[in-house]
Design a protein around this ligand. Structure first.
Ligand code: PHE
Length: 461
């Protein structure tokens, strides 16, 4: 993708040159890259299981509200901060704060985001590794003719072996860091361009299949039949965290891609397109998975294994299922790959410029660090299965929920305050350059900060 092309160019930037000069070649190149970053495991794997374990519609409706009132304005904020400064997140914040005669300690917000990215990358690689394994299981016909119980058994067997999980985790991390270090050859670059649309198509086909053989009506009720009584503070927090996670916000990841956006691109318009595509993929994934969950009497609150059990039941059943399943996991892998590159890239350029090391050294450091943390996540499915914090949370639960539900939203609050209160009005107005500016400014100064704050205090209300 274009993102990979930029990555190739970036390898030529000298570490001490803090200004990033490369730019996306067009509005569409940027939309493609930003969608590649946003659409990933969050939409297809995480959204259904989070909705499933947080009461379905209560989670879905809140998530949609948070995308609208927090996600859209904060994505605009991050991109305009990036484009204004054209630097890595830490330097971007320091530079713009100085321009407004404010403290250079705003740079700490960039490091806060980096912490989130590192933690997310660590478990992201573990789960993406599962997708590679399932790609191979599918095409080798291992699901052919299995019933729901047998598919479930395959999943639990798979998780029980830490070495195997470690192997897949290592492979995926190497794929991510490999792209960051070397860039990618023409072939893969072209392939990725049609992988994303192909993923949308196969998801649509799975929705049609699920509608024909599954319990579609129950799925629709589960996802959209809103009942205000099912809302609890943990649902509100999880829905907000997921909105940040799925849109890649609150950590400086979008800021980093924003640094390459050409001056003439209309930021507001592109942000609407990216968010709409992102939500669409999540809803499609929900409608591909839940009709099967209900038809086969699986538990919607099965947790992280939901997609890895529900979809192979379909692949076991349909003619040519091995191929369809293989294709699905391949496309999922590409979606995860483009997102993990977006997770790693801001970390790498931040280390590169702040520590003044080579891009390659920074990339290896990031990879090794995230890989090591990821081992904790993968062990929580086997050797550390019984290690529970507060009697409930495994290491994996903490590794996924702390960055998503706490670090990203606090980062988002920081970016909202920065764009709304620290940057000069003239600066944000000239970057956004849209009729929507007054509405955005109101949302980013008041609604987004207040919204995040209120969500955080709901457990104490
Ligand atoms: N948005 C990605 C997904 O939904 C994950 C991500 C989070 C990517 C934060 C970059 C930054 O899978």
């Amino acid at each position: 993708m274009m993102l990979i092309r930029v990555m190739n160019d970036m390898t030529q930037i000298k570490p001490n040159n803090a200004v990033l000069l490369n730019q996306w070649s067009s509005k569409w190149a940027f939309i493609l890259a930003a969608t590649g970053a946003a659409v990933g495991l969050g939409n297809i794997w995480r959204f259904p299981y989070m909705a499933g374990s947080h009461g379905g519609s209560a989670f879905v409706v809140l998530y949609l509200i948070f995308v609208l009132i927090l996600g859209l304005p904060i994505m605009i904020a991050e991109i305009l901060i990036g484009r204004r400064a054209r630097k890595n997140p830490v330097d971007a914040l320091i530079t713009l704060a100085k321009q407004s005669k404010r403290s250079k300690y705003w740079g700490l917000l960039g490091w806060w985001g980096a912490l989130a990215l590192l933690l997310v990358l660590s478990f992201y690689s573990v789960v993406s590794g599962w997708s590679i394994a399932y790609l191979i299981k599918s095409i080798s016909g291992q699901f052919n003719g299995l019933n729901a119980d047998q598919v479930n058994h395959v999943w639990h067997q798979f998780l029980s072996n830490p070495w195997r999980l470690l192997g897949w985790h290592t492979l995926f991390m190497a794929l991510t860091i490999g792209v960051i270090i070397r860039g990618v050859h023409e072939g893969l670059e072209k392939a990725t361009q049609f992988m994303m649309p192909a993923l949308y198509l196969i998801l649509l086909a799975l929705v049609i299949y699920a509608a024909c053989v599954g319990n579609f009506a129950k799925a629709a009720r589960f996802l959209f039949d809103f009942n205000i009584n099912t809302i609890t503070s943990s649902v509100v927090i999880a829905a907000m965290g997921h909105a940040f996670f799925t849109l890649a916000l609150g950590a400086g990841a979008m800021l980093t891609y924003g640094a390459y956006v050409p001056k003439n691109v209309n930021i507001a318009q592109t942000v609407f397109i990216v968010a709409a595509l992102d939500v669409l993929v999540a809803i499609l994934a929900g409608f591909a998975i839940f009709p099967l969950v209900f038809a086969h009497h699986l538990s919607p609150s099965a947790g992280p294994g939901l997609m890895f059990v529900a979809l192979p039941i379909a692949f076991a059943d349909i003619p040519g299922g091995a191929f369809v399943g293989g294709l699905f996991f391949l496309l999922l892998l590409f979606a995860a790959w483009t997102s993990s590159i977006n997770l790693a890239e801001p970390l790498v350029i931040t280390l590169q410029y702040r520590l003044k090391v080579k891009r390659k050294t920074a990339a290896v450091l990031v990879g090794v660090f995230a890989w090591s943390i990821g081992i904790g996540s993968l062990l929580s499915f086997n050797l550390w299965k019984d290690v529970k914090f507060f009697h409930t949370y495994t290491v994996f639960d903490l590794a996924t929920n702390i960055p998503t539900n706490i670090i990203l939203p606090i980062g988002g609050l920081g970016f909202a305050l920065f764009a709304g209160w620290v940057m000069k009005k003239s600066a944000t107005r000239s970057e956004l350059n849209s009729k929507l500016y007054p509405a955005w400014r109101f949302l980013i100064r008041y609604i987004a900060p207040a919204g995040i704050f209120i969500v955080f205090i709901t457990p104490f209300l």
